[in-house]
Design a binder for this molecule. Structure first.
Ligand code: SAM
Length: 550
């Protein structure tokens, strides 16, 4: 079954993906740019940002990885990395981490499989040497240059960087699945080359030379045709019987001097074979853009998947981001495996697939997220931030205090819901001072979320949530907790009143325990959560960061 894994692709591959089981792998790992990629949740009142993922590979754990590479009998790779440790120390940790992961990708790839590594000039030259060692130089198939943007105005004393690089390797050169892909012919080329129109049919055609260099000649290509022999350095393209076949089909046109030419129709031209410089796929824009930093265009992945796999094949992306590969694979009727280490990525992918394919979406499984109360508590013990992030993203809530920046007492997450603009004002819970009907844009209601992982919770936690709701103009408040609430907390919640939206009465404050969550107790929330979708509507790019204006 199609599967989405939350986790480090190294562990996921090792624990779950058998040898030689995947037809196509595309990866777009962080490029070692030494920066974090942030998504902003931005308005006048609340300026928070969260790290979607970090792109800083440090020396932590590198020694273990290196030792492992040594024991894996990858001697050349090991010595190459030791060399980089000396000559490119800035790249060494990143390359060590990537080496282990590329080795796993090689293991899971079928003999007929292909591997695409997307990177940029920061690390491409180093990564190619690693891939050459893992896959073998003879299995290197292409270096594709993808021109992301047209021009860069803000550069000084260097040429503007407008391209990324894709390396393509076959597991076993010559056995790989390959479907030639074409792009439409350029208009100027068509006008210049296809100059003739057949009177009877109106079909457009060009004439091509029927001779070839003599070096390519076999005996059968040297003969006289209708009194003409090719010049001394040339031979006929076809043997005589094929030439006769073309003649009989009316495909040979003679010049005034009797020189034969082959008629080639425009409508039987499949297009131009795509070369290794791709300038025809623009960076993700408009409705397709989900607000995820480094999101790649779906057209790019469709080209790769069409070229190197067939329907029913399995496509794997070990660094899925917001799921461009799995979205394209689903649309092209491939099976897929998506892996990402960031909960926000997994949450976005789930939403993206549902939005794009609705009822036509094939069943898929999500693994690596807590599946019961015990595993969720385990996650909290190991990593409270990841626990908070996981729980909030389960409700498609934007985590506001992830990492260290933007922490705000009383609020850990914020969500937005679409409600009709004709809604009446707040119900008994009281109309909020200032702001619009529901504390946000007209027709939009916000909810503040607070997550408590510890065993002790107190009334002042609820007070803090109420304060945050006021401050950030949130009509609703949700308290998520591992511990059972105390009686005074429940009293505060019960007396906080309701908000009315047409057909619904929603408690202004709600509380949900982890136990209840896993017993499928639901929160009462408006149906249309637009927290992340708003990025699709309004997301825009700002240098290297994506801004999510909500
Ligand atoms: C450049 S982005 C991929 C963007 C993706 N191609 C798209 O179109 O959205 C890199 C992704 O790798 C993830 N990542 C980083 N280290 C990882 C690891 N060790 N295992 C799995 N995912 C990882 C990050 O969370 C991030 O989402």
């Amino acid at each position: 079954m199609n599967t989405l894994y939350l986790g480090d692709c190294l562990n996921v591959l090792r624990d779950n993906v058998p040898d030689q089981s995947v037809d196509l792998i595309y990866i777009d790992p962080p490029f070692n740019s030494k920066r974090d990629y942030n998504i902003f949740f931005d308005d006048k009142e609340i300026q928070t940002q969260r790290i979607a993922f970090e792109d800083t590979w440090t020396l932590k754990n590198i020694q273990d990885s290196l030792a492992e590479l040594h024991t894996l009998k990858t001697d050349y790779l090991y010595f190459l990395l030791l060399t980089y440790q000396k000559v490119a120390p800035h790249a060494f940790p990143y390359l060590t981490m990537m080496s282990l992961r590329i080795l796993e990708m090689h293991r899971v790839l079928k003999q007929t499989g292909s591997f695409y590594l997307h990177c940029d000039p920061t690390m491409s030259h180093y990564l190619k040497t690693i891939c050459d060692l893992v896959f073998g130089v003879k299995n290197f198939a292409n270096e594709v240059i993808w021109q992301r943007i047209n021009a860069k105005g803000n550069v000084q004393r260097k040429f503007g960087a407008v391209h990324d690089i894709l390396f393509r390797y076959s597991k076993n050169m010559g056995d790989e699945i390959w479907n030639q892909v074409y792009r439409p012919l350029d208009d100027s080329y068509v006008n210049k080359m296809y100059r003739f129109i057949e009177e009877e049919t109106g079909r457009r055609y060009r004439l091509s030379d029927l001779t070839a260099p003599i070096q390519r000649a076999s005996k059968g290509q040297l003969y006289e045709w209708k009194g003409i022999t090719p010049p001394r350095t040339r031979c006929w393209v076809y043997a005589k019987d094929k030439m006769q076949e073309l003649e009989d089909s009316g495909l040979i046109v003679y010049s005034k001097n009797g020189i034969p030419n082959l008629k080639r129709y425009l409508d039987s031209n499949e297009g131009e074979k795509i070369p290794d410089v791709w300038t025809d796929i623009p960076q993700t824009i408009g409705n397709e853009f989900l607000g995820y930093p480094t999101q790649k265009p779906k057209a790019l992945l469709e080209r790769i998947i069409n070229a190197s796999s067939n329907e029913g094949d399995t496509v794997l992306d070990g660094f899925s981001g917001c799921g461009t590969t799995v979205d394209a694979a689903e649309g092209l009727h491939r099976n897929w495996i998506g892996i990402d280490i960031s909960p926000i990525a997994i949450s976005l992918i789930k939403r993206r697939l549902n939005d794009t394919y609705g009822e036509h979406l094939n069943k898929f499984e999500v693994r690596g997220t807590p599946t019961d109360e015990q595993s969720a508590i385990e996650l909290w013990k190991q990593n409270p931030n990841a626990f908070q992030d996981w729980w909030l993203t389960e409700f498609e809530v934007f985590s506001t205090t992830f990492g260290t920046k933007g922490a705000d007492k009383g609020i850990d997450g914020i969500a937005q819901y679409l409600v009709t603009p004709l809604n009446p004002p707040f119900g008994k819970g009281g109309k909020q001072k200032g702001g619009s009907t529901f504390g946000g844009e007209e027709g939009v209601i916000r909810a503040a979320f607070q997550v408590k992982g510890g065993v002790h919770i107190q009334s002042k936690d609820i007070d803090a949530l109420l304060g945050a709701m006021d401050k950030h103009k949130c009509g609703l408040g949700v308290f998520l907790t591992i511990a059972e609430p105390t009686k005074p907390m429940l009293d505060t919640i019960a007396s906080s009143g309701f908000i009315e939206i047409p057909g619904f009465k929603i408690p202004r404050l709600q509380i949900l325990t982890l136990e209840d969550y896993f017993k499928n107790k639901l929160l009462k929330l408006p149906k249309y959560n637009i927290t992340f979708k708003a990025a699709r509507l309004k997301g825009k790019r700002k240098q290297n960061q994506m801004k999510m204006d909500i």
